[in-house]
Design a protein around this ligand. Sequence first.
Ligand SMILES: Cc1cc2nc3c(=O)[nH]c(=O)nc-3n(C[C@H](O)[C@H](O)[C@H](O)COP(=O)(O)OP(=O)(O)OC[C@H]3O[C@@H](n4cnc5c(N)ncnc54)[C@H](O)[C@@H]3O)c2cc1C
Length: 512
Amino acid sequence: MTNIPASAWQLIELAFGETRETPAVDKSTLAVPPISLTDAAMVSLRQIVGSDNVTTDNDSRISHTRGKSTTDLIKIRTGDLTDAPDAVVRPRDTDDVAAILAVCAEHTIAVVPYGGGTSVVGGLAAQSDGYTGVVALDLTHLNTFAVDHESRLATLGAGLLAPQAEKLLNEHGYTLGHFPQSFEYASIGGFAATRSSGQASSGYGRFDSMVKALTVVTPMGVLRLDAAPASATGPDLRQLILGSEGAFGIITDVTIAVRPQPAQRIYETWRFATFADGTRAMRKLTQDGLNPTVFRLSDEAETAINLAKPGSIGADNPGGCLMVAGYEGTPERVSRLHDDVTAALEESGGTSLGAEDGEHWAKGRYDGPYLRDALLDHGILTETLETATFWSRLHTTYVAVKEAIEAALAPYGNAVIVMCHISHVYESGASLYFTVVTKQHEDGIEQWSAAKKAASDAMIATGATITHHHAIGRDHKPWFAQEIGDIGVSVLRAVKQRIDPTGILNPGVLIP
Ligand SMILES: Cc1cc2nc3c(=O)[nH]c(=O)nc-3n(C[C@H](O)[C@H](O)[C@H](O)COP(=O)(O)OP(=O)(O)OC[C@H]3O[C@@H](n4cnc5c(N)ncnc54)[C@H](O)[C@@H]3O)c2cc1C
């Protein structure tokens, strides 16, 4: 039970009984497919970025194969390297990116922009059929940084990882304000390309709402989308690039609004009798303009599991639902917001549990998902999916998705735990984030696909979106097409055809 905390292990034994060892294959023994790029293409790529920045060794190719969805994890654990890129190319600046795209267009090479590699929707598994090869465009070297103090803007290289960006901003007294659970590994360009949303989105907003300007390299040339703070110049082209997952161009830098680094942070928890009671309270506060910086609510199942402590597992728990309310800012602002939110939550029927569990949540906020691989070693499958909808539909979607997952996994004959929390709130609605835990069947990919399909069908049937912040990738395309309809699909195809006529940009991703 390496790397699995004792409490989690006790819960697993309680829920699933005996487990079996299902170790991953040793990566050093894997057969990587032969490199299909022509010598001429390799020479041209090396001329642009230098030989050091074009790597074709097994480690580089394996480490840039796919992302971090359960399907991705299972495939790599079982030695499936069919999506391995032929080469990893590291551009040093925007000009390099433009030159690389020109070579790839000339040789019909698929280009997969690679930020932190944390996509969970198949965004890094490009289609290779019809191409002479696949290049992973690793953006690590795009790490420029500039601050406009007067406008409170920072222009960040797309390849900066979130911790690097946060450190640079902290040196100037600012914070990124964007803390997704993948914070430690994901990149600035990846956040923009997927419309990511962080755990403090109630206070700082989604990543796409922070973006004020972008540089994007397309096979047709470089687009600098650098508007005024607000503009009436027709449709906002930045919105076409945000969430485009590399299918319309390579984002090389992103200008975002930054906030002062908070002098104070407080995270507290609250208990509500039911998920419905807690949801009502969240809605009321959000609609009244009372937004804690972090605002989350676990349903009964997630609460029971989150509060389970070694030694007390299996004992009676007090039930109810746990809410996290976090406050960040100046001491004056934190104190004012804290007092107002506290009064409103009490009035809405909440019971304060103080700071202990809130601080515990904040400390472990990035830990949970990395258990997935360790759990797979023991035949336990853990995966998440998410959606968003308007408040008036939220309960219907919640019940429908939960029941759909349970029904789809029932034939596999093992216990299924489906937990949920509200992770991001808006005046008009909220997002629901589901975590599913069950014993892995012999074919874990087929098993998870059944659950994912059922959940996705339930989202669309209840009028919810197929994704609130994980993006489309390859995995969500069928439901994306249903969500935007035939006209929406034809608009996207027309843009793709115009901007990327040879179809080299992340083929198979995003466009239905
Ligand atoms: C453990 C875990 C927790 C997560 N938690 C969250 C969360 O809390 N909130 C959230 O929003 N997401 C979350 N995700 C999903 C993921 O982290 C986000 O989608 C993130 O924004 C991806 O950033 P990245 O740099 O890793 O991008 P990558 O995975 O490298 O790329 C994502 C997609 O964008 C494309 N792309 C990357 N960079 C560029 C670029 N510069 N230009 C054009 N296209 C580009 C890629 O080709 C790919 O299609 C989580 C994922 C994991 C594994």
